[in-house]
Design a protein around this ligand. Structure first.
Ligand SMILES: Nc1ncnc2c1ncn2[C@@H]1O[C@H](COP(=O)(O)OP(=O)(O)OP(=O)(O)O)[C@@H](O)[C@H]1O
Ligand SMILES: Nc1nc2c(c(=O)[nH]1)N=C(CO)CN2
Length: 167
């Protein structure tokens, strides 16, 4: 099954955190790296005033794992990078969201698939469209079409930064 993950960081060494997350996510069996998007610097959406901009990227992978197992893997990596959960949409060293897992659809609040806000977030759609132009959000449509409906201002390519394949 194809998995699309969104990675974001707006505290600490943001790029090292994203690369470390990519390396750690693929350290265990069941998840195979396919591609990472370019890295974008993005204005914070929601949350408190005055947050630093995020670095955001999308990673496309193949998996044999159940969605819940993937969520546990992602949360384990977030915790390993010292994420402190305080206020909703507040600053974080690392946030990993499951955007889509195959064709799976779920409205479980602990794991909603596809991610309930992905289809309206430029910081997801812009990098995703570069890594995977054929991408689809089940129930919402093609990434390329969803992108036409969002404001891309506030999402800037950082072509000085490039995520490497996991080591
Ligand atoms: N598709 C999903 N990917 C990741 N977490 C999810 C998903 N659906 C539901 N969750 C749940 O959301 C909870 C809160 O996640 P988190 O604190 O990372 O939210 P957030 O990143 O601040 O906001 P947002 O959900 O808008 O991205 C997690 O504990 C997780 O169980
Ligand atoms: N620019 C940007 N804004 C956000 C982000 C993010 O990754 N990038 N993540 C959020 C919660 O997941 C809320 N707001």
């Amino acid at each position: 099954m194809k998995v699309v993950l969104s990675l974001g960081s707006n505290l600490g060494h943001r790029f090292q955190t994203l690369q470390g997350a990519v390396d750690t996510l693929f350290d265990a069996p069941g998840l195979e790296f396919v591609k990472a998007s370019p890295v974008y610097e993005t204005d914070p959406v929601g949350g408190p005033e005055g947050q630093r901009p995020f670095l955001n990227a999308i990673v496309v992978a193949e998996t044999t794992l159940a969605p819940r197992t993937l969520l546990e893997r992602a949360q384990g990596v977030e915790n390993a990078f010292g994420r402190v959960r305080e206020e909703r949409w507040g600053p974080r060293t690392l946030d990993i969201d499951l955007i889509v897992v195959g064709e799976q659809v779920s409205d479980d609040p602990d794991l909603t698939l596809p991610h309930p806000r992905a289809h309206e977030r430029a910081f997801v759609l812009v990098p995703w469209s570069k890594a995977d132009p054929e991408g689809v959000v089940p129930g919402h449509g093609r990434v390329a079409e969803l992108l036409e409906a969002v404001e891309e201002q506030g999402v800037r390519l950082r072509d000085d930064l490039k995520l490497q394949r996991p080591d």
